[in-house]
Design a protein around this ligand. Structure first.
Ligand SMILES: *Cc1c(COP(=O)(O)O)cnc(C)c1O
Length: 418
C-alpha cells in the first residue's frame, strides 16, 4: 500500500478489486451526503409526470406507457457457473433501454425534461400542475427553439441530451472528446445537433462546453461533472430494480444481500444508482464501481478524499481505453461525495477482459454490448476468483448492470467481435 492509499496494482494499470476503506454504515452515510432519499422519491414522481409526454414523443415507449426502463434478465445456471462461488447472477439490461440504448437515457433525458418544464413554467406557458403534454404545443416549441441545450460528452450523454432536446424543439450543441466514436458524432449531426470535436480528453471537452454555455444567456449546460439533476434521473432506476427483484421472488435481506456491479465514468450514473439502491436496502446492498485500468477516476478520488482534486494521470495512468463511455480521467466531485461513503469497493478491468466479455455475452446470451457495458462481468469474475473475497459476496444475489450497446451499428459490433 502506498502513502496516499492507492494500491500498487492500480498504479501499474493491473486489473484488481479494491475494498473501499471510507465506506460508512448506510444510515450514517445517507445522513451525511448532500441530499436525502427524498431526492429519489422526487425523481420517481417526475418520471411519472413526464411519461405521457415521452410516450407521445417516442414510439418505442408506447408499450410501456412512457416509462424508460430495461428488463432484468436471468441468464440461467450455466451462465452463473462462470463465476465460481457466485451462483445467482442477474443482468440489469440498461443496454436495452428504450429511446437511446444506454443508461444516459435515465440521466440526460431526465435533466433536459426538468429544464424544459422549469423554463415553460417560468415563461407562463405551462401551469405547475398542468399536463406534461402541454410541452408539445406549438407556442412552447417555438419558445424552446430560441434556447439551446449544451453538453460535453464522450458520446452517449451527448446523444441522450441531443435527442430529447431536439425532440422538444430546442437547439442543441455537443462538445466531444478525441476518443468519441465517429458513428456517435454522425448520429448526432443527423439529429441536427451542432457537434464540436476537441483534441483533448473528456474533461477538457466539458470545460469548453461549460465556457461556451456560460457566454450565452439562452443556453443551458448539462454538466456531467456536477449535476444534481442527472444524478436524480439515474437514482430512480433503483425503484425499477426493486419491483423486478420482487417479481422474481428475490427478497433482499441481511442473509441474502444484493451485490451490484456498475460501470463507472465520472460517477454520475453509478453514483446515482448506488444512492437509490442504498436508500432502499441500506447495508444489505453492496455496490461495486467498475472502471478501466487506465481511467480509475472514481477510485483514486474516493480513496484520496474530497480535500484534494486528483485524476488518473496523477498516478501515471493514461486514460486510454476502448471503453469510450468510461474514458474519463477525473470524476464528478458531486458524485464522489456519495460514492466515497456508500460504495463497498472498486474494480479495475483491462480492455482485453472487456473485449472477451463482449464476445462471450454475444455468443452465450445474444447481448449486444459496447465494451464499457461489459465491465461489470469482468469485475464479478475477478472478485469471485479472489482468495479473500468480501464477506458479503458468497450469499449475495449478484446484479451486473449493462449500460449500453443495443444501438451499436452492425459494422461497429462485428469489428468488436473480431
Ligand atoms: C456514461 C456511461 C457510463 C458511466 O456513467 P458515468 O456517469 O460517466 O459514471 C457507463 N456505461 C456507459 C455505456 C456510459 O455511456
Amino acid at each position: 500500500m502506498e502513502p496516499d492509499g492507492i494500491d500498487a496494482r492500480v498504479r501499474q494499470g493491473l486489473p484488481c478489486y479494491v475494498h473501499n476503506p471510507n465506506k460508512l454504515p448506510a444510515e450514517t452515510a445517507l445522513a451525511r451526503v448532500p441530499h436525502g432519499p427524498q431526492l429519489v422519491r422526487e425523481a420517481v414522481e417526475d418520471w411519472a409526470y413526464f411519461a405521457p409526454l415521452l410516450a407521445r414523443l417516442f414510439p418505442d415507449l408506447a408499450g410501456s406507457a412512457g416509462r424508460i426502463d430495461s428488463p432484468l434478465l436471468n441468464p440461467g445456471p450455466d451462465f452463473g457457473s462462470r463465476f465460481g462461488g457466485c451462483h445467482s447472477v442477474y443482468i440489469k439490461a440498461d443496454h436495452l433501454l428504450p429511446v437511446t440504448g444506454t443508461i444516459k437515457a435515465r440521466g440526460g433525458v431526465y435533466e433536459v425534461l426538468t429544464h424544459a418544464r422549469r423554463l415553460a413554467i417560468d415563461a407562463q406557458l405551462l401551469s405547475p400542475k398542468g399536463s406534461s403534454l402541454a410541452l408539445l404545443e406549438r407556442e412552447v416549441r417555438d419558445f424552446f427553439a430560441t434556447h439551446c441545450v449544451v453538453t460535453g460528452s464522450t458520446g452517449n450523454l451527448g446523444y441522450s441530451v441531443g435527442l430529447i432536446a431536439t425532440s422538444l424543439g430546442f437547439r442543441s450543441e455537443v462538445h466531444m472528446s478525441a476518443d468519441a466514436k465517429l458513428w456517435k458524432i454522425e448520429r448526432l449531426r443527423r439529429l441536427g445537433v451542432k457537434v464540436h470535436t476537441h483534441e483533448g480528453d473528456f474533461s477538457s471537452a466539458v470545460a469548453v462546453a461549460r465556457e461556451v454555455a456560460s457566454r450565452s444567456p439562452d443556453s443551458y449546460f448539462v454538466d456531467d461533472e456536477d449535476s444534481v439533476s442527472l444524478f436524480k434521473g439515474y437514482a430512480a432506476a433503483a425503484h425499477d430494480l426493486r419491483a423486478q427483484l420482487h417479481a422474481a421472488g428475490i427478497e433482499v435481506s441481511e442473509a441474502n444481500p444484493l451485490a451490484v456491479y456498475l460501470p463507472c465514468g465520472v460517477g454520475g450514473a453509478p453514483g446515482g444508482v448506488t444512492f437509490g439502491l442504498k436508500s432502499i436496502w441500506g447495508d444489505n446492498v453492496h455496490c461495486v464501481l467498475v472502471e478501466p485500468v487506465a481511467s480509475p477516476a472514481a477510485l483514486v478520488q474516493s480513496l484520496v478524499g474530497l480535500g484534494r482534486r486528483v485524476s488518473a494521470y496523477d498516478f501515471g495512468l493514461d486514460n486510454r481505453t476502448i471503453a469510450d463511455g468510461l474514458a474519463v480521467p477525473s470524476a464528478s466531485l458531486f458524485a464522489i461525495k456519495y460514492i466515497s461513503v456508500l460504495a463497498s469497493g472498486f474494480a479495475t478491468v483491462d480492455d482485453e477482459q472487456l473485449l472477451s466479455w463482449v464476445n462471450d455475452l454475444w455468443r452465450m446470451e445474444r447481448l449486444r454490448l459496447e465494451p464499457s457495458a461489459a465491465a461489470g462481468f469482468a469485475a464479478l469474475e475477478m472478485m469471485c476468483g479472489l482468495a479473500e473475497k468480501p464477506d458479503w459476496s458468497g450469499a449475495a444475489t449478484h446484479v451486473v448492470w449493462t449500460t449500453g450497446g443495443s444501438q451499436l451499428p452492425e459494422e461497429e459490433f462485428t469489428a468488436l467481435l473480431r
